[in-house]
Each structure stands twice: as structure tokens, then as C-alpha cells.
Design a protein around this ligand. Sequence first.
Ligand code: LIP
Length: 267
Amino acid sequence: MRELHDLNVSIAVEAAELARARRRVGVAVAASKSSLVDIVTEADREVERLVVERLRTARPDDGILGEEGTSIPGTSGLTWVIDPIDGTVNYLYDIPAYAVSIGLVEGEPDPSTWQPLSGVVVNAATSERFEATRGGGATLDGRPIRVADAVPAATALVGTGFGYDAGRRQRQAAIVQELIGSVRDIRRIGAAALDLANVASGRLNAYYEIGLQPWDFAAGALLVEEAGGSLHGWQGEAPGSRFLLAAHPQMAAELLELLAPLPVGDV
Ligand code: LIP
């Protein structure tokens, strides 16, 4: 496990350095995906190629699933789940909140059944390195991190995010409009992996989002759990693309109760 995690850290740090270097010389949209504003840059693709190349050399029997199209089945029972640049729009605008996120999971690359083993999230703009191993705790630049102490929802700082489809964003915003009056405030940072790292390190009390992709949270969810937090899905489902909430275990019930009457399932 240690060797696999050290490999994860080494590759994530190298990939973050590449992303930062490309940002310095300028970034342009290479293509759009699900909508005009769901963009990919050449750096996203280049960073994913670097991560895949390193993993194929070091771990040729493992599976790999990446946001920018990598889908390689493995025979080892392990799969690396990659978001080469999470927070792509922040990256395009040079807002210093974009991260390389690499999770290593055991089992099928299905968030409802996989067992996370190692997670690394590197803020490529600031070089902050969040990491966790299953049962080994979570750290920020080598220092142990813990979720913030539980607080009532009314004083909770809650992160969330929005999708790339305009109609879905409006439905998601309608939920925020209802929730914002019942919590301290809302933060929309623009990178799920960093939102989860912020919960794990106590910078947010909670984070929820509707419509994430497996690569958005494969590493960050392990950070939260190893920092003493818990992950929740919608109405008892496993946390995943339909809905994911990360929070201190003693806060989750109240936050889920606030969300329950809202059209989360219809977004
Ligand atoms: C982003 C997520 C973010 C979400 C954005 C987008 P990307 O991922 O990290 O939480 O709100 O809509 O999905 O596209 O930057 O890798």
C-alpha cells in the first residue's frame, strides 16, 4: 500500500507541476464537451497523458479511468481514477483553485462498489498536497488534517457546485436559494476535489453537489473519510453522481433534513 501511495503522490505532484507550467505560458480551450461551457484545454489532455504514461510504466496490470477519455481495463483488481485538472474553468481563467486528483480504488471503477485505497489532490496553483490512504489518515503537506468540529447547520459554511447545462444550473441554484437562508453561507469554489479537501481540512463544514463524475471525487472522498468525515448519497443511496454530501458525521442528518423537501432528485 505504501509503495502504491508513494507512486500516486509522485505522479500527482509531477502532473501538477506540468499543469502549472502550461498555465504560465497561456491556456486556450481545445474543445467543448457536453455544452459550450463544458470545456477541455490541451493541458487537461497533456496532463492526463502524462499520468497515464507513468501509471502504464509502473503498474501495467492496473485499470485506468480518466476524465479526458482514458478507459483501460486492468487485471490486477485495482483502478486509477484520474481528473487531470479538476476546476478546468478556474484553470482557464487563472483562478488559483484547480487540482490534479488521482484516486486508486480496489474493485470495479464504480463508486457504489469500489474501495478507495489511496487519494491525492494537489492544488496545482498553490502546490498544496492533500493525501490519504485507507486506514492511514489524511494529511495536508504531510501534516495530519481533521474535519472541523460539528456545528449547527445555521452556522455551517457549505460548499457546492453547478453543472454545465444551463437548465440544470438553474435547478441547482433554486436549491441553493432555499438552503442559503438556513446555513452560515455558501461557497462555490469550482473544483469538487478541492471542495472535498476543504471539508477534510476544516476549511468547509460541508460540501454537497449533484451530478459529479467519479473522477471528481475518487480521491477527495477518501480524504474526507480519513479526516473523520462521512459521505452520504441521496435518500440512503451510495454517494455518487446523483448526489454527494461530505460533512462531519454529526452534521449530516441536519443537512440532509434541510435538503429533503427540495427537488434534489429532480435536478
Ligand atoms: C468541475 C467540478 C465542480 C463542478 C463543475 C465541474 P471539471 O469539474 O469539479 O465541482 O461544480 O461543474 O464539473 O469539469 O472542472 O473537471
